[in-house]
Design a protein around this ligand. Structure first.
Ligand SMILES: [Zn+2]
Ligand SMILES: [Zn+2]
Length: 337
């Protein structure tokens, strides 16, 4: 099979690897759609890297099983990220993403990443979806819509809320789709013009530039001086974390989604006097997958705007370069082209 690779001369392309074989509960999935996440940062910043194996988002088709399981040959499935142990309380509770035990691929197998034509995955981490949803749209149940959907569920975002989303990369833009679907008013924060414009097309009421020194006043003006009801950061930037906490109304809630470093938080000033709730969100509870796929079936027009580029995997270098410009929403690879 073909898998994507970065080469030491700074270029990228594909290399051949043996086709993986199903074993135990590890099912063989033929990948049809590969949403690109933040792998481009490695391509952009570590150009001397010789590396194979990227990606954690995919939708595909079950083609072979070693034993009967939760899926059958021909099922169209979303490939869930990471490998949970499948036995601990977190895995049993739908929170495999937080599993402390983890699990390895079977001995001798390397097919665990999604920039590839095939992947091996335990059957219970494959989520079947209906025929009338395309692979590209279903694959948005990974990072495209997934983490912000988890945040929406956690904070019960609804039509009474004003929600602020900082960082409109391929995760934050999905947050705009999710919040708009629920009828919430969306305030987005992003400096990159392409993404700011796309956020407005996806339903954001206002997009503010974080480099504007008056951004805090702009947010307060739009919320009657109270602050936003709920917020989520998809940038991972400390300045955005600060803005998120400052912009929350009293008793408001916020989710950290973008991976980042430390930022100062005052127990009295930020937490106790305002009575706010802060959550860390990586993905969504697997028991909420049926709800998420229902959303996907109802926002297909939005998803066609959100997915701004499609490339064959043989053109992965071009795809990474496109992502590196910032002029992109979600970019999807076809591993067979
Ligand atoms: Zn576990
Ligand atoms: Zn991702």
């Amino acid at each position: 099979m073909k898998v994507a690779a970065m080469f030491a001369d700074g270029s990228a392309g594909t290399v051949d690897r043996p086709d993986p074989q199903p074993i135990d509960d590890f099912v063989l999935v033929k990948i049809h759609s590969v949403p690109m996440c933040t792998e481009y940062k490695g391509f952009k910043n570590e150009r001397d890297l010789d590396a194979v194996g990227f990606g954690h988002e995919a939708a595909g088709e079950v083609v072979e099983l070693a034993q009967p399981g939760h899926v059958k040959v021909g099922d169209r499935v979303v490939v869930q990220p990471q490998l949970g142990c499948g036995r601990c309380w977190l895995c049993l509770d739908g929170e495999h993403i937080h599993c402390q035990n983890g699990r390895r691929l079977p001995e001798g197998q390397t097919a665990g990443q999604t920039y590839a034509q095939y992947i091996l995955k335990p059957d219970w981490l494959l989520s079947p979806f209906p025929e009338d949803i395309s692979y590209d749209h279903a694959s948005m149940a990974c990072c495209g819509l997934g983490p912000t959907f988890g945040a929406m569920q956690k904070m019960n975002v609804n039509a009474l809320d004003t929600v602020m989303i900082t960082g409109l990369g391929p995760v934050g833009l999905g947050g705009v789709v999710n919040a708009h679907y629920r009828g919430a008013r969306v305030i987005a924060v992003e400096s990159q013009p392409f993404r700011a414009k796309l956020a407005l097309e996806l339903g954001a009421t206002a997009v503010f530039d974080p480099t504007n020194e008056h951004i805090q006043d702009q947010i307060m003006d739009l919320t009657g001086g109270l602050g936003v009801d709920k917020a989520m950061d998809c940038s991972g930037a400390s300045a955005a974390h600060r803005l998120m906490v400052e912009s929350l109304r009293r008793k408001g809630q916020a989710c950290f989604i973008g991976q980042g470093g430390d930022f100062p938080l005052g127990a009295s000033r930020d937490m106790i006097s305002k009575g706010i709730g802060l959550h860390g969100i990586w993905h969504y509870n697997l028991s909420h997958f049926p709800a998420l796929i229902k959303v996907i079936g109802q926002v297909e027009g939005q998803l066609d705007k959100f997915i701004t580029h499609r490339f064959g995997m043989s053109r992965v270098e071009e795809a990474w370069k496109q992502q590196s410009t910032g002029d992109a929403g979600k970019v999807v690879l076809d591993p067979w082209a």
